[in-house]
Design a binder for this molecule. Sequence first.
Ligand code: MF3
Ligand code: CO
Ligand code: CO
Length: 256
Amino acid sequence: MPVTIKKTAAERDGMREAGRLAAQVLDMIGEHVQPGVSTEELDSICHRYITKTLEAVPAPLNYRGFPKSICTSVNHVVCHGIPGERKLKKGDIVNIDITVIKDGWHGDTSRMFYVGEPTVIGRRVSEVAHEAMRIGIDMVAPGVRLGDIGHAIQAWVEAQNCAVVREYCGHGIGREFHEDPQVLHYGKPGTGLELLPGMTFTIEPMVNAGKRQVRLLPDNWTVVTKDHSLSAQWEHTILVTEDGHEVLTLGASGQV
Ligand code: MF3
Ligand code: CO
Ligand code: CO
């Protein structure tokens, strides 16, 4: 699949709106992340909000057979956790990953939430993953290559004695949920695709507190750390502009 370039003002506005709505879901769900709530309750709150309030479509639902509207990845779950009966408890860390479709355009973003007070390691892996994403986003501009970005993310994470998951990556996004290019969170400077104005893609590093290896559970979706160490992830959708970038999925705080 070729890398799609959003050149027209209307295409960029479509992506801006989808991104804004996805972030709004994360802003909304924060107060519901409390001890005792089940991940399927969080899913149904988001489903209702996305469809009724935002009049948008939850992209994960039925995507390649995914059964729910959001992903909820708790503690040693790396990504693609399926909401279910499991109730959150104090000290858990949970990634909530939201993708909405509005007027045919996709917006994809995720954040970590603490359930009550996190453990020292829980807070640390979440903060390392957040900074990894921020470092990558800061570099986005025309002429920069994807390998430059992957390398910088990897260097930061490994300097913190954490590990970058290799099996899953960021991705182009637009009319499709997952488009080219693949945005690896590791790599070599001076390699990979050169960014051009109008490209839209996600940066979504998955960071493990232990080793980088992962395992897919028999449900064929849930990805966990092989060593059961905690894992964290943050994600934004980014537009490459003529002179830098725009983060399309900022919430009301305006902070990355
Ligand atoms: N939102 C995830 C991503 O960041 C993809 C989830 S696929 C699903 O790319 F089917 F699990 F929803
Ligand atoms: Co994504
Ligand atoms: Co996502």
